[in-house]
Write a protein that binds this ligand. Structure first.
Ligand code: NAD
Length: 495
């Protein structure tokens, strides 16, 4: 990201205090005492450690959240006061923007400008947006006939669901935590949050700010640690009413089976392999930088990454040349260097996974136009990569979650729509054209939770965020995301 203002970007934190669990208003070690190191992926060196919660810690956190929502101080907080706390939290996030951005950058290796200018202000905006909703959640009244000669008043109460178990991924931890917590808290629920083992540092700081904002003890609890232990304990814990999960389809499937088996509500926000469709009428020079951002932002580790780039054949060579030049111009390096535009993948496992998928593409016969390999030998850097392929290759079918764009040619709009929809995923999609009839056709026909026309970016908190097909079940954000954090109870008063 280029910085055009005088703003000084945050510097690399010297060291980060070892993180504990936050249960019932106290920062505590896991009962087992177990911890795991936190590695700075750009230097492959330890910067901190996090506690590894076990089933006992999760059970304590759930019990605190249960008490608070059923009969604790939080259950008596008015909507207006919930709104004030959420607003105060939004202020605190703004005040601590530098610190939060630096923690996220050092934890996951993304260039500091991305969280500083993007994700952290967005997280604050999400809390501010839902703060305004907290005292505006209400039921409906009905004009129904008398019952057995007696008058009848029927209405609904919109109440909190109860305890929400929130499980977050490592790729955009602060913003995704905000997506889950803000609507759930506005609606009066309590939270047990399980952050990703790979990246919990900014979440720990965010929870400290939640404590400072004045939420009663037990309202928000944090259990860091392994998915297979702490995550699984949360999914199966009695006393949790809803599981709100963002992560991979593979893990999501297992969670859906277990949580649904226990008759918990679920929302699953999963992976993507989103299309960017570039028609021949688009101005390639004007759009190329945003097309590139859609592929390469956060090292391509973005669920909404527009990594399948369908290009009308007339402009195929022109687009490939521009995209390759764009990729080659990206400065990859130290996330805290202001000139850096791309940082490092999260860890060695991700580096191996991205490298292996590109290799499978090579074996399939895709054209590697640029990149396609690790950069340097310290830090998990991968070269921005552009491939040309058909829609059946492994690099066109599987979510790579790395800085890899796969260009796929098409001839007609009908073919582009068919190819774009020929995927198991349906998270988002982008259309680049100035033709209004094409815009109408594609926006109607694309099977995805959202469509961008002539732009790419994160969702605004006012709009629902969802995936179709393998990309998810249920909605977050917007009014529908808020209502999904409530239960509507019907009351009949007769007499
Ligand atoms: P992941 O599925 O490996 O992990 C996500 C979370 O689930 C982590 O906190 C992990 O510890 C936990 N977990 C793992 N196993 C578990 C289990 N058995 N029970 C309960 N919890 C468990 O995903 P990831 O690698 O952290 O994130 C990358 C994936 O997330 C990609 O597929 C990406 O597209 C997706 N994602 C989706 C969205 C969206 O909004 N749709 C946003 C960001 C990321």
């Amino acid at each position: 990201m280029t910085t055009t203002t005088e703003t000084r970007l945050p510097t690399r934190p010297d060291g980060v205090t070892d993180a504990k669990l936050f249960i019932d208003g106290e920062w505590v070690e896991a009962v087992s005492g177990e911890r795991t190191p936190v590695i700075d992926p750009s230097r492959e060196s330890q910067i901190s450690s996090i506690a590894l919660a076990g089933p006992e810690d999760v059970a304590r956190a759930v019990a605190a959240a249960r008490r608070e929502v059923d009969e604790g101080a939080w259950s008596r907080v008015s909507g207006a006061d919930r709104g004030r706390m959420l607003w105060r939290l939004a202020d605190l996030i703004e005040e601590h923007r530098e610190e939060l951005a630096a923690l996220e950058s050092v934890d996951i290796g993304r260039p500091i400008g991305e969280p500083f200018f993007g994700e952290i202000p967005l997280a604050s905006e999400v809390f501010r947006y839902f703060a305004g909703y907290a005292d505006k959640i209400h039921g409906t009244t009905f004009d129904l006939p008398d019952l057995g000669g007696k008058s009848r008043r029927t209405y609904t109460l919109r109440q909190p669901l109860g305890v929400v178990g929130a499980i977050t991924p490592w790729n955009a931890p602060t913003m995704i935590t905000a997506w889950k917590l803000a609507p759930a808290l506005a609606a009066g629920n309590t939270i047990v949050l399980k952050s990703a083992q790979e990246a919990s540092l900014s979440t720990v700081r965010l929870v400290q700010l939640i404590e400072e904002a004045g939420f009663p003890a037990g309202t928000v609890n944090l259990v860091t640690g392994r998915g297979s232990v702490a995550g699984e304990a949360l999914v199966t814990a009695p006393g949790v009413d809803k599981i709100s999960f963002t992560g991979s389809p593979e893990v999501g499937r297992g969670i859906a089976a277990k949580a649904s088996g226990a008759l918990k509500k679920i929302v699953l926000e999963l992976g993507g392999k989103s299309p960017q469709i570039i028609r021949a009428d688009a101005d390639l020079d004007e759009i190329i930088s945003t097309v590139g951002t859609g592929v390469f932002a956060n090292q391509g580790q973005t669920c909404a990454s527009g990594s399948r780039i369908f290009v009308q054949r007339d402009v195929l060579d022109a687009l490939v040349d521009r995209l390759a030049a764009h990729a080659d111009s990206i400065r990859v390096g130290d996330p805290f260097d202001e000139a850096t535009q791309m940082g490092t993948l999260i860890n060695e496992r991700q580096l191996k996974s991205v490298s292996a998928l590109v290799e499978q593409g090579r074996e399939y016969g895709v054209d590697v136009v640029t990149g396609g390999e690790r950069l340097g030998d310290r830090g998990y850097f991968f070269k921005p990569t552009v491939l040309v392929s058909d829609n059946d290759s492994p690099v066109a079918r599987q979510e790579i979650f790395g800085p890899v764009g796969t260009v796929i040619p098409f001839d007609t709009d009908e073919e582009a729509l068919r190819l774009a929809n020929d995927t198991e995923y349906g998270l988002t999609s982008v259309l680049w054209t100035n033709d209004s009839s094409a815009i109408n056709r594609f926006t109607k026909g694309l099977k995805a939770g959202s469509v961008w026309v002539n732009a790419w970016g994160p969702p605004h908190p006012a709009t629902p965020w969802l995936g179709v097909k393998t990309s998810g079940i249920g909605e977050e954000l917007g009014t529908s995301g808020l209502l999904a954090e409530t239960v509507e109870k019907v009351v009949n008063v007769v007499g």
